[in-house]
Design a protein. Sequence first.
Length: 244
Amino acid sequence: MEREDREEEVRPPDGTGSGAAPARRPWVVGVSGASGTPYAAAVLRGLLAAGESVDLVVSRAARLTLLDETGIAFRDAHWQDDLRAWLTRGADGKPGTFAVPEGIEADRVRHWAAGDLAAGPSSGSYPVKGMLIVPASTACVAGVSLGLSKDLLQRTASVTLKEGRPLVVAVRETPLSGQTLKSLVALDEAGAVVLPASPAFYAGATHIQDLVDFVAGRALDAVGVPHTLYRRWEGELGGSRGSA
């Protein structure tokens, strides 16, 4: 009888027994210094709209790109305000295009400084679902393929691979050199999804935001997160013209 009593007190594997809240398991979004910060913003909005939690890592080079492309200075001490300004801006640079996503001021979004190598995502024991690097620069691609950990973004990517978790690398560069192609092949062989930031036009794009959302939607598709960012192909030629 004593054994049966003890077994009844054991919580289920997901840790949600006795009315406890489910454990937080975010997606890590890494933003490197490549041009394409609107892609990152669209992915972040998509994850939050799907009810997912996010751990955000913005590299030092990405902050320069973000400042250049949006005029927003991303600061560690004011990251919530800066993230809110970033995510409400459209791909054309217009402020106030989107509503402020829910979760920025709650525990659904956490920000980790790129230089903090003791941050949660730097360890394989830290519970995450996987990682998306959007956009991924060629320097980032090379560093991750070599297993370097020069900053938290690269370290987290290496941890993601070694733990067998999903890793999406949305490389944004053109043309691609032979060395970068070799690095991308190495990432593919290591289990990452190499996802070039290449918009398609069959979805009936009429605005730059549509092209950005297509790439973001494909990144979310790669990790199984539901969204409505683009019109899916349904086998009907000319369908995009009919929906425009």
